[in-house]
Design a protein around this ligand. Structure first.
Ligand SMILES: NC(=O)c1ccc[n+]([C@@H]2O[C@H](COP(=O)([O-])OP(=O)(O)OC[C@H]3O[C@@H](n4cnc5c(N)ncnc54)[C@H](OP(=O)(O)O)[C@@H]3O)[C@@H](O)[C@H]2O)c1
Length: 284
């Protein structure tokens, strides 16, 4: 597994597509910052960017990605339905708006329902709209974000029922659940659910939003391994088979966050990083 990973490695998604093992997050980055960060990351070897309609920078991100001149099939562009647009009509509009904003990228590699807002009917409506967009070739893979086990179970039932009624695949294929994850928020029930079904878990806030620098747990392992605390957290994420999405607009950090393939945390170090804390920074 992780020992064989490199910056260009990818995880296979349930959709059949491949996603690079680390992606750049651009939440809270202005259009100008996101654009510069994307140019920087593509020089460093990243091929995967995670944005959202909510971040109000997807158009600038797409332009910067295109500027890198990397062949389209080697890029991975993720975006998300705005949390206030979780419904069939809302998600359809979001797909149309996104395709307009990303222009030359032509299609979205992964589109997620950003949050399980609005009740079951609206969530399933948004899923149906994304499924149709996949069938129309506008999106390659679809998934959800901030879903708990109950939301995931409802969605799974809908997919099974729709497949049974209309034919295999018609209910859509769940490839990803993107949730906040770091050693102080481990959400083991959600991870178990996803792993059993081959659903890739993407880790947002893999650096705990900078809230844990200097934590003795982290500091000791960083000192022992000669790596930065950020690199320890990213390694933890990779060794859990997650897909971390570290955000940075600082060139040296961007480079450092991808430089995590020449060492491995031992089983003992991984065990040291097991905590039962429930330190939520974002969606509950
Ligand atoms: N689905 C969702 O609901 C959701 C919610 C939140 C985030 N996300 C996604 O996940 C991504 C990451 O999450 P996040 O932005 O909340 O938090 P994060 O990646 O855990 O932390 C970002 C912070 O860490 C700093 N940083 C980055 N690399 C560093 C390094 N090597 N050393 C020291 N500091 C470093 C960044 O500063 P600088 O930028 O100044 O370098 C920034 O302040 C987001 O950008 C977004 O794409 C998704």
């Amino acid at each position: 597994m992780t020992t064989t990973l490199s910056p260009s490695s990818g995880y296979a998604l349930n959709s059949g597509s491949k996603i690079p093992v680390i992606g750049l997050g651009v939440f809270k980055a202005s259009e100008a910052e996101a654009s510069l960060a994307v140019q920087e990351v593509f020089k460093s070897g990243y091929r995967h960017v995670d944005t959202a309609v909510y971040y109000e920078n997807q158009s600038a991100v797409a332009k910067a990605v295109l500027k890198a001149g990397v062949p389209r099939d080697q890029l991975f562009f993720t975006t998300k339905v705005h949390p206030t647009a979780t419904s069939y009509e809302g998600a359809k509009e979001q797909v149309a708006k996104t395709l307009q904003e990303i222009g030359g990228l032509k299609y979205v590699d992964l589109m997620l329902i950003h949050a399980p807002y609005g009740g079951a009917e609206k969530r399933l409506g948004a899923w149906k709209a994304l499924t149709e967009a996949v069938q129309e070739g506008k999106i390659r893979s679809i998934g959800v974000s901030n879903y708990g086990v109950d939301h995931l179970t409802d969605l799974e039932q809908y997919i099974k029922d729709t497949d049974a009624k209309l034919g295999k695949g018609k209910g859509g294929v769940l490839s990803v659940n993107q949730i906040e994850l770091h050693p102080w928020l481990q959400r083991r029930d959600i991870i178990d659910w996803c792993k059993k079904r081959g659903v890739l878990v993407q880790a947002w806030a893999p650096l705990a939003q900078s809230s844990r620098w200097g934590d003795p747990l982290l500091k000791n392992i960083a000192k022992r391994t000669g790596k930065s605390e950020a690199q320890i957290l990213l390694r933890w994420s990779l060794q859990k088979d997650f897909n971390p999405l570290p955000k940075s607009v600082t060139p040296a950090r961007i480079q450092q966050n991808l430089d995590v393939f020449d060492f491995e945390l031992t089983d003992k170090e991984m065990a040291e990083l097991e905590t039962d804390e429930y330190d939520v920074h974002g969606w509950e």
